[in-house]
Design a protein around this ligand. Structure first.
Ligand code: S3P
Length: 175
């Protein structure tokens, strides 16, 4: 297993923010899979979904995870649907210590309604979509993660510190 820390979780659970916080506070380089895909493709995620469809985006995620296998010592923030494919779940665990960020559906709705860059929620009833996707995905996040953190009542600093401490313990006990 590589020694990265991988953040998984639903849209709006703070993966990118916590990833930046971990990277800045503890000095590990950050890889944000959504951002990297956008850079590599030269267009935003809604455009990729619109022109090529969700499956094409999922292919890009799988390809990217494969290419990350040579990395170690990184923080890797991922897109919320990366756990959909069994192969991705396998690759995520090969990459390192997988941390699942958990938030209440109301908090997710509140955070995701601030912008429209998430194609899966650009519909008439995003609250319902959130509930439906959570139902399907929650067991997948649970199966993939080494650790789950309820973030609702914690500051970003508290979440980041908890992650680092648990990851150090995990990697330490692997030697
Ligand atoms: C998605 C989540 C998004 C992005 C894409 C699809 C999903 O990432 O990868 O819009 O299927 O949940 P965030 O979780 O960073 O919003």
């Amino acid at each position: 297993m590589q020694r990265n820390i991988i953040l998984i979780g639903f849209m709006g659970t703070g993966k990118s923010t916590i990833g930046r916080n971990l990277s800045q506070t503890f000095g590990y380089p950050l890889i944000d899979t959504d951002q990297l895909i956008v850079e590599q493709q030269g267009r935003p995620i809604p455009e990729i979904f619109e022109s090529e469809g969700e499956e094409a985006f999922r292919d890009l995620e799988t390809e990217l995870l494969r290419s990350l296998r040579k990395h170690s010592g990184h923080i890797i923030a991922t897109g919320g649907g990366i756990i959909n494919r069994p192969i991705n779940r396998e690759l995520l665990r090969e990459l390192g210590y997988v941390v699942w960020l958990i938030a209440r559906p109301s908090e997710i709705f509140e955070r995701t309604s601030r912008n429209s860059n998430r194609p899966l929620l650009n519909n008439d009833d995003p609250e319902r979509t959130i509930r439906e996707l959570l139902e399907v995905r929650t067991p997948l996040y649970r199966d993939t993660a080494h650790l789950g953190i309820e973030t609702d009542n914690l500051s970003f600093d508290e979440v980041a510190t908890g992650i680092i401490e648990s990851a150090r313990y995990h990697f330490g006990s692997q030697k």
